[in-house]
Design a protein around this ligand. Structure first.
Ligand code: PLP
Length: 303
């Protein structure tokens, strides 16, 4: 495999590409892996007993690699279609009580906010805002500001805090581990949902992913993976406290050790994303992005 990542990406051949925060370009190796996986599935026979070991191998391989990045056991990693689904699906399985409060940062993505609003309407939950959008300066200054805002916003009814790891609108890094620690000291130990759309592939994620109750990412941004495949890590306590949701993707493994069957999604994408992950780990991406972490501007199109 060539070490020149730029030459591996057809999307970069004739342009200077800056919107990794919206969607990263896909390397040829990933395109080839997706096509090869599709061919293998057709040759073995879709939905035959011969095909499942291949699908399981590909899925397990990617799950293990993601678990390594997240710093959690593979059994706590599940696949989703995208970040929004990874954030919202697990919420539908939690034991809410009317009057519980969802504390949502003012820098969250509209899709996640909309899903939380609908959950609040159905379960008679309260919504409150955690103000972080105005924070500027160093990571230390943002951490101090975030923890102060959290302290002011927490109430005895707070049951969930929603906060992105890297804010899509300002680029500020949020102190996820410190927020998780503060929530553990709260009498109700609110769950912590972290939207990691802009973090996986851009910055180290293990500390935050292991601290969050739900840490939801996608492959198609900074990992330069295929669109249509996200992943999320769940905490032990969330797995213990949640019930199955309408979509079984939110339950990576059953507690009795029996494996949940993955719904019929698109296994070839997992092979493609695995390849992207390997290419991305070759360390070439900063050179493409100009060596700087890019912050997607508010006017860019969301995916
Ligand atoms: C912070 C954040 N969350 C969620 C999303 C939506 O991602 P997806 O389309 O994978 O659900 C985006 C997309 O840009 C984002 O920036």
């Amino acid at each position: 495999m060539s070490t020149d990542l730029r030459r591996q990406m057809p999307a970069l051949a004739n342009k200077t590409y800056f919107n990794y925060g919206g969607q990263g370009p896909l390397p040829n190796a990933s395109l080839a892996a997706i096509q090869a996986a599709w061919t293998t599935i057709q040759e073995l026979g879709p939905f035959t007993s011969e095909v499942w070991p291949f699908v399981a191998r590909t899925t397990d391989h990617l799950r293990q690699r993601l678990a390594g990045w997240f710093g959690v056991p593979p059994g706590r990693v599940a696949f989703s279609e995208n970040v929004t689904a990874g954030c919202l699906l697990p919420l539908w399985g939690l034991p809410w009580q009317a009057g519980d409060q969802l504390l949502i940062s003012d820098a969250e993505h509209p899709g996640v906010v909309a899903g939380c609003r609908e959950l609040a309407r159905r379960e008679q939950l309260e919504l409150a805002v955690l103000p972080v959008l105005q924070l500027r300066g160093t990571a230390e200054a943002a951490a101090t500001g975030t923890l102060a805002a959290l302290e002011a916003a927490l109430t005895p009814r707070t049951r969930l805090v929603v906060l992105s790891h890297l804010l899509w609108n300002t680029g500020q890094l949020m102190p996820i581990a410190a927020v998780a620690e503060r929530l553990q000291a709260h009498p109700r130990q609110p769950w912590l949902l972290v939207d990691a759309a802009q973090s996986l592939g851009a910055i180290p994620v293990a500390e935050a992913a292991a601290a969050a109750d739900i840490y939801a990412c996608t492959g198609h941004k900074w990992c330069c993976g295929p669109e249509g495949l996200g992943a999320f890590a769940l905490s032990e306590r969330l797995l213990a406290e949640s019930r199955p949701t309408p979509d079984r993707l939110a339950q990576p493994q059953q507690r009795n050790g029996r494996r949940q069957r993955l719904p019929s999604r698109c296994p070839p994408l997992r092979g493609g994303h695995l390849l992207s992950a390997l290419v991305r780990r070759s360390g070439q991406l900063p050179a493409i992005a100009g060596g700087r972490r890019r912050c997607p501007g508010p006017s860019r199109a969301h995916s």
